[in-house]
Design a protein around this ligand. Structure first.
Ligand SMILES: [Zn+2]
Ligand SMILES: [Zn+2]
Length: 641
């Protein structure tokens, strides 16, 4: 048989060989590092016997998919084995690898706590050190059930397997688990860079009707450095949690009376308004007009749009004496009614109807998360009606808006182009024109992008933007979607240059996505220390004693008149305390005023960016901060001691 390796070279063998044997034949080092094998593009166990021509790639822990996931899954078996040693009565459910590590769901007779985790880690260390070979075997169904008779969750899993399924097990020392694999060759391969992170409740098979099990989250990496970097990152993320900072900085609140419906507090509203004021200026300049459409609209409209048939589960609906209505989960149908409000001609196109519209979606309560996953949010939406010739130019204009907006916050981003799925509507010509338009726009802008073949919506291709925050986490925010379907369903028309009626193409696009979620991302990205133009309070005036209250008020009024968001701290507290307080509130500028300042009309400036900036005349300070707000520069914060 001929085995084609990753570098294109070919190895020939007279008889069948397992992937690990071939790895050993290539090099001992490779065999030691091997985690799994990719055979004809499919991730397989190293024990897989190859007996015909194929391509083969040996995966190591450096390969996130297949390699690292196999290391982590073996670590999950080691964890389960350690738990069985320490808690012989514990029953095992499932223990997969996930993007950030792995977990195991376990039914403990007595609940365990985080204090038990170090002990489990200690036991894992022994098992890894023992270098137990991991062996795979298969059993017929009846024997498999008998073999697992003391593990009720495994019995249920086996029972649910299809009739012809291969039932495989992996054994290491005194521990055997029902498992499809793949796995490392021995427990030693797990190495030393793993950590049990936390405990959570998880329903068996994700259903509230079933028993709540204990889920132990853990992670593993090829090296200690990578593990340490990961732990630092999650600790930093915890400190930046937008729910915690949102409370500390008085930005928003949540209430059990409205699960998933965030309340914005005065400072949060100021932040949101500052963000949207900029958004409006940018869009006005780019030729958009803003509309506002109703939140509640008649069922017939949602039937025409297709939402009633395909999206009803996620919609809030209500009955009135005028019939059935739905609260809008999307802004598109409202925008379409505005388009249809008057006859349109080619001269009107592109018609750019912006709408920061509030939408409601009935997300499952278990999915809700602060501002990141909510039931009510504002989409910074716009629907653009264009001719086919206008695709490329219009997409280029949208990408420019997105690019400028993200740069403003210091975000980098990745771009994905998703093309025609198998089940789609529209003609071949329409799809080709649309996909080429998107591609040409990205290429004209020189933007690198990846292609998700066949991952577009059934109504048209799309471009998604994944922004990267300061912790290296990615968030899908902006999207540009071309749509052939809604214009057809609503029979949209415009009169062409030829005097005939034509159908426009519709673009759905957002820049922030959900404004609320974007604010959540900004809170975590900036750790609450927003750039001056966004900060709810931009300047805090701090008199050093009661005697200078009048001068502090005078400074405050001058700043307010100049359009700066300002507060004074007139409490009879020590100046050091007031400064500390303003620092905790992450206010960009503090103006300390006392005798000297009052006499000479000066202010002593302390900033988040440079610490003590010395004395300035009030006029100079106002001119400088106005310039900073106007240009929206990102100033680096001084590292806190
Ligand atoms: Zn397994
Ligand atoms: Zn839309």
């Amino acid at each position: 048989m001929r085995i084609t390796l990753k570098d294109g070279s070919v190895k020939e063998y007279a008889e069948a060989k397992s992937a690990i044997e071939i790895a050993r034949d290539l090099s001992e080092g490779l065999a030691r590092a091997a985690c799994a094998a990719k055979v004809d593009g499919e991730v397989k166990d190293l024990r897989t016997v190859l007996d015909r021509d194929c391509t083969l790639e040996i995966l190591t822990a450096k390969d996130a998919e297949g390699g690292l996931s196999t290391l982590r899954h073996t670590a999950s078996h080691v964890m389960a084995q350690a738990i069985k040693h320490l808690f012989p009565e514990a029953k095992l459910a499932i223990g997969p690898s996930i993007d950030s590590g792995f977990y195991y769901d376990i039914d403990f007779p007595e609940p365990i706590t985080a204090d038990d985790l170090p002990r489990i880690e200690e036991e894992m260390r022994k098992i890894v050190k023992e270098d137990l070979p991991v062996e795979r075997f298969e059993l017929p169904r009846a024997e498999a059930l008998e073999f697992m008779k003391d593990e009720p969750y495994k019995v249920e899993l086996i029972t649910d397997l299809p009739e012809d399924a291969v039932i495989s097990f992996y054994k290491q020392g005194d521990f055997t688990d029902l498992c499809a694999g793949p796995h490392l060759m021995s427990t030693k391969g797990v190495g030393k860079a793993y950590k049990l992170l936390n405990i959570a409740g998880a329903y068996w098979r994700g259903s509230e009707k079933n028993k709540m099990l204990t889920r132990i989250y853990a992670t593993a990496f090829p090296t200690k450095d990578e593990l340490d970097a990961y732990i630092t990152r999650i600790e930093e993320a915890k400190k930046r949690d937008h729910r915690k900072l949102g409370r500390e900085l008085d930005l928003f609140m949540l209430s059990d009376y409205g699960p998933g419906f965030p309340f914005f507090l005065p400072k949060g509203v100021i932040l949101k308004n500052a963000l949207m004021e900029h958004w409006r200026r940018v869009h006005k300049k780019a030729g958009y007009v803003e509309i506002s459409t109703p939140i509640i609209l008649n069922r017939v409209l949602w039937e025409t749009s297709g939402h009633w048939d395909h999206y009803k589960e996620d919609m809030f609906t209500l009955s009135t004496e005028d019939g059935e209505f739905a609260i809008k989960p999307m802004n598109c149908p409202g925008s379409i009614l505005v388009y249809q409000n008057e006859p349109r001609s080619y001269r009107d196109l592109p018609l750019r109807l912006a709408e920061p519209g509030i939408v409601h979606r009935n997300e499952k309560s278990g999915q809700l998360h602060g501002l990141m996953r909510v039931r009510c949010f504002t989409q910074d939406d716009a629907h653009i009606y264009i001719t086919q010739d206008q695709i490329k130019d219009e997409v280029r204009r949208i990408v420019e808006i997105i690019d400028n907006m993200y740069k403003l916050f210091g975000f980098t981003y990745g771009v994905e182009l998703s093309t025609r799925p198998e089940d789609s509507m529209g003609t071949d010509e329409e799809w080709a024109a649309a996909e080429n338009g998107l591609r040409e726009a990205l290429e004209a802008l020189g933007l690198p992008y990846t292609i998700n073949e066949g991952d577009g919506a059934f109504y048209g291709p799309k471009i998604d933007f994944h922004l990267v925050d300061c912790l290296g986490r990615t968030w899908q925010c902006a999207t540009i979607q071309l749509d052939f379907q809604l214009p057809q369903r609503f029979e949209l028309e415009y009169k062409g240059e030829d005097g005939l009626k034509h159908r426009p193409i519709m673009i759905h696009r957002v820049v922030f996505g959900s404004i609320e979620r974007f604010i959540g991302i900004l809170i975590e990205h900036f750790a609450g220390a927003f750039p001056t133009w966004l900060a709810p309070v931009q300047v805090k005036v701090l008199p050093i004693s009661d005697k200078f209250e009048a001068y502090a008020k005078q400074v405050e009024e001058a700043l307010d008149a100049a359009g700066i968001r300002v507060e004074s701290d007139l409490r009879s507290e020590k100046i050091g305390y007031k400064i500390r307080q303003a620092q905790l509130e992450k206010v960009p500028y503090m103006l300390v005023v006392g005798q000297k300042e009052e006499e000479s009309g000066l202010v002593s400036v302390r900033s988040r960016f440079a610490g003590d900036e010395g004395q300035k005349s009030l006029e100079d300070f106002i001119a400088a901060i106005q310039e900073e707000i106007r240009t929206k520069v990102l100033r680096e914060n001084v590292k806190e001691a």
